[in-house]
Design a protein around this ligand. Structure first.
Ligand SMILES: [Zn+2]
Length: 143
């Protein structure tokens, strides 16, 4: 295994610095904690014993993926949170593979501004717009 430091190619245009990535990672960590806490509270609110038991596990996730744990619940209220948790977990794995901040479509390093506003972004602004246009087009033509 190479360390992230060694695998980062300096030939790419503008790479994020380790310091910038650390700061964004901290942001993601905090957001994940927040989300887990919210999901936990929502599970407790259901007054369903199965969910209440699960709420305890959300608090102590360890190696377990929170999203995997919750994905089968199909609770409308927390579905949105699960989507965001999944996004954060995906961002962590991109950080681990030194691909964080790189657009999955055009491979260009995203602007720090975009990542600060939306650290789980997978695409640069331009590609995201294209993606949404295509996606919306599919929805519209479905009838
Ligand atoms: Zn792009």
């Amino acid at each position: 295994m190479l360390s992230a430091r060694q695998t980062v190619s300096r030939e790419e245009s503008v790479m994020l610095t380790e310091y910038q990535i650390e700061a964004l990672k901290k942001k993601l960590d905090e957001r994940l904690d927040e989300l887990c806490e919210e999901v936990r509270r929502e599970l407790l609110d259901t007054e369903d014993q199965t969910y209440i038991k699960l709420a305890g596990q959300v608090h102590d996730i360890g190696e377990e993926s929170v999203a995997d744990l919750l994905v089968d619940l199909q609770l409308k209220e927390i579905e949105r949170h699960i989507e965001e948790i999944k996004g954060i977990e995906a961002a962590f794995s991109r950080i681990a593979s030194a691909k964080f901040g790189v657009c999955i479509d055009c491979q260009v390093t995203m602007e720090l501004e975009r990542l600060e506003a939306y650290p789980i972004a997978k695409r640069c602004h331009r590609c995201q717009e294209n993606h949404e246009r295509i996606y919306a087009g599919i929805n519209r033509s479905s009838m």
